[in-house]
Design a protein around this ligand. Structure first.
Ligand code: NAG
Length: 300
């Protein structure tokens, strides 16, 4: 009878010993910083160690603001928390406690602490959240926008919206020459802290041989976030000749023709004046109204 009892005692104490031996103070391992992207969800994860056999009762996530009251943003396992955008939980399989921030804003950036309460004691650890925002695809345009001629001065603009932190814009011509030093980029800060970038590139004498330019938006990390190309809209030289030969000659004929007709009809018009009195505005330009220019007649 003594043997089984002894064995039982041994098993119990072995169990107890093994529990105690792995039962160092529970600790939390958090990343020093987690990266969130504006508008997306982000999950900050902290590992509970030692991993196996620990039961987490509670995980309390707080926001730490210098000079402000520390407030709980989310509490797992108890009531509390500041808003529906913050959720927290405990992942048993990976032994991680987490804080999820839905649709991250720049204002969420900062320091957080996590306090875990387990069946083997509690631990607290700080971590931070960094938020970046991607710029919109850039748009590029020129002033003047059309009918550009050789040796004209043209200003090009490139705009990218809603990024963070402040980025920059680089300019290249169609041969890949870097013109950034000759350009200027301004940033406007939105209410939510994001930046809108507008870059200006003034070319003193453009050439129809090299009408292609591009602007590249560079994010905070020095990497490109988007690119836009523009082909300056030069006036087509053939069209210019045609316009002269067709439109201008036609215009001259029309003007000369209406003048001649007007002069010829002048005596007639003066006799018909009483019938036209309904048309108040037309009285001053009666001569032209009776001419062949149809547009003038519509004002009556
Ligand atoms: C273009 O010039 C800018 C300003 O000098 C520089 O910061 C950038 O690295 C250059 N880009 C390339 C691709 O050479």
């Amino acid at each position: 009878m003594a043997a089984p009892v002894l064995l039982l005692v041994f098993i119990c104490s072995a169990n107890f010993v093994s529990e105690v031996s792995s039962d160092g103070p529970v600790t939390l391992d958090c990343p020093s910083a987690s990266a969130g992207v504006y508008g997306r969800d982000v999950r900050i994860r902290c590992a509970v160690t030692p991993g196996s056999g620990v039961h987490v009762f509670r995980a309390e996530w707080k926001r730490v603001r210098p000079g402000a009251l520390v407030s709980a943003v989310s509490v797992f396992g108890a009531a509390g928390g500041s808003g529906p955008r913050f959720r927290s939980g405990w992942d048993r399989s990976s032994m991680e406690v987490w804080l999820q921030v839905q649709s991250v804003r720049l204002a969420d950036e900062g320091h957080y602490t996590c306090l875990v309460v387990t069946d083997r004691g509690s631990a607290v650890r700080g971590t931070s959240l960094k938020v970046t925002a991607r710029y919109s695809e850039p748009t590029v345009w020129s002033i003047p926008a059309r009918n550009i001629e050789d040796n004209m001065e043209v200003t090009m603009f490139c705009r990218a919206l809603g990024g963070f932190p402040r980025g920059t814009v680089h300019w290249f011509d169609q041969y890949g020459t870097n013109w950034t030093r000759s350009t200027r980029t301004d940033a406007w800060i939105r209410e939510d802290g994001r930046f809108d970038l507008t870059s200006e590139f003034d070319v003193w004498r453009v050439s129809s041989i090299s009408p292609g330019y591009s602007c590249r938006v560079i994010g905070w990390d020095g990497r490109g976030q988007g690119e836009a190309e523009i082909n300056l809209a030069f006036r087509d030289p053939e069209k210019r000749v045609q316009r002269w030969s067709n439109n201008s000659i036609a215009a001259v004929i029309v003007v000369a023709g209406s003048l001649a007709t007007g002069l010829l009809l002048l005596p007639l018009l003066q006799r018909r004046r009483p019938r036209q009195e309904v048309c108040m505005e037309g009285q001053d330009n009666e001569n032209r109204e009776e001419g062949p220019e149809k547009e003038e007649e519509k004002t009556c």
